[in-house]
Design a protein around this ligand. Structure first.
Ligand code: UDP
Length: 238
């Protein structure tokens, strides 16, 4: 399968069409952005790490019965995926207070929750991805009630699986964002990526941040922690 036409260039990857209308190719870039694209950075090899780590995690999730868009890793930076219509929601699950939750509600970062939380942001760069609830998403016509149920089920299933996967390598899953899409058969599947760009990951012993917050907050060791998380996963699941 080869790349045909650039369909979309996002902040961290490019998406190409292929000869098969039901398949696309992701090409991960080394770039990082934060705060809706205002802050920019990169490190060499980031695209390769995120591509391989996302595929590795997606395979583990598939083994646990979670359907994803993943088809085949084509190279260190490229992956063949099913073409899906992305539902314009960022689906966020939290186990521990951090980031915008802490800011919005005045809760100290690191405060654990008795139960995971689920929230959605409306994916719209012009509006700055505002927080949105179920009834507003229905009113906008971007989902049906059945879709919302399917999305929540996927979000909690991914949380349970990811918590376990990361716990095995000494990492606490603080929160994460996923995206979901509809395949040509109308099935809702996990899409986009799961990586330290999209999760908050803290070392279980020291609480050291092992994710994109190192870039967002200028904490240093941005590349090092991505290498660290990838090395721990690879070593543990060999
Ligand atoms: N997140 C993401 N993309 C976004 C917004 C958030 O991947 O556009 C992830 C982020 O890395 C974190 C989780 O979603 O793991 C929750 O982010 P939060 O709402 O706290 O936003 P932030 O503090 O990053 O602005």
């Amino acid at each position: 399968m080869t790349k045909k036409e650039l369909l979309y260039e996002g902040k961290a990857k490019k998406v190409y069409s292929t000869e098969d209308p039901d398949l696309c190719i992701f090409e991960y870039k080394d770039d990082a952005t934060a705060f809706n694209g205002i802050k920019k950075g990169s490190f060499e090899g980031k695209g390769e790490i995120n591509n391989q780590m996302a595929n590795f995690i997606f395979r583990l999730l598939e083994k646990r019965g979670i359907r994803t868009h993943m088809v085949e890793e084509l190279s260190k930076r490229e992956t063949l995926v099913k073409k899906v219509d992305i539902i314009p929601l960022e689906v966020i699950v939290r186990n521990i207070a951090a980031g915008s939750f802490s800011k919005r509600y005045g809760v100290e970062e690191g405060t654990p929750f008795a139960e995971p939380t689920l929230e959605y942001s409306y994916k719209n760069d012009e509006l700055g991805d505002p927080l949105i609830n179920d009834s507003h998403a229905l009113a906008l016509g971007i989902v049906s009630k059945d879709d919302l149920k399917a999305i929540a089920d996927i979000a909690y299933a991914v949380n349970d699986a990811l918590k376990e996967i990361f716990a095995k390598v000494g990492i606490k899953l603080v929160d994460f964002k996923i995206e979901v899409g509809k395949t040509s058969d109308g099935e809702i599947v996990l899409a986009d990526e799961i990586s330290p760009d999209t999760c908050r990951l803290w070392d279980a012993e020291t609480n050291k941040k092992l994710d994109k917050d190192r870039f967002r907050r200028d904490l240093g060791e941005f590349a090092e922690v991505y290498h660290e998380v990838w090395a721990r996963l690879k070593d543990c699941y060999k």
